[in-house]
Design a binder for this molecule. Structure first.
Ligand code: ASC
Length: 130
């Protein structure tokens, strides 16, 4: 599987599905689009920190920009920058877990905004719109 491009695409897509499904509700709570639920927020922030501890960059082997993927070839042209941005996301998710533990909504909102920015920084440059 490690040299199976389709399997690696599926692996990383599954990973980011988990990230999105744990981050989405936190973003919705912070925006007031969903009732605040501190226990849920802490659980999802813990899941995100665990995901942030994973090395997802290994699911982007060279040549895996072809096929069923929205990963742009620019990832492999700028691998150092891509890795740095993944590192920023990992840090932001670790910080979000700490913020969630504080129970302070302002601190949580700031950490959520920072994590959202880390998501978007990569999407802007490296994720195709279609
Ligand atoms: C989400 C989600 C993203 C990010 C991004 C933040 O909830 O699915 O891709 O937040 O929109 O800017």
């Amino acid at each position: 599987h490690l040299d199976d491009k389709e399997a690696m695409q599926s692996y990383r897509q599954s990973y980011f599905t988990l990230v999105a499904m744990n981050f989405g509700p936190i973003g919705s709570m912070v925006k007031g689009e969903m009732p605040w639920d501190d226990a849920m927020l802490k659980t999802f922030a813990n899941e995100l920190a665990a995901l942030g501890s994973m090395d997802v960059s290994r699911a982007f082997p060279p040549g895996s920009d072809k096929g069923t993927t929205r990963a742009k070839p620019e990832i492999w042209d700028n691998k150092d920058d891509f890795e740095a941005k993944l590192g920023d996301l990992q840090q932001a998710l670790a910080a979000l877990q700490i913020a969630a533990g504080s129970g302070d909504r302002k601190i949580i909102a700031e950490a959520t905004g920072a994590a959202g920015k880390a998501c978007k920084a990569c999407h802007d440059e490296y994720k195709s719109k279609e």
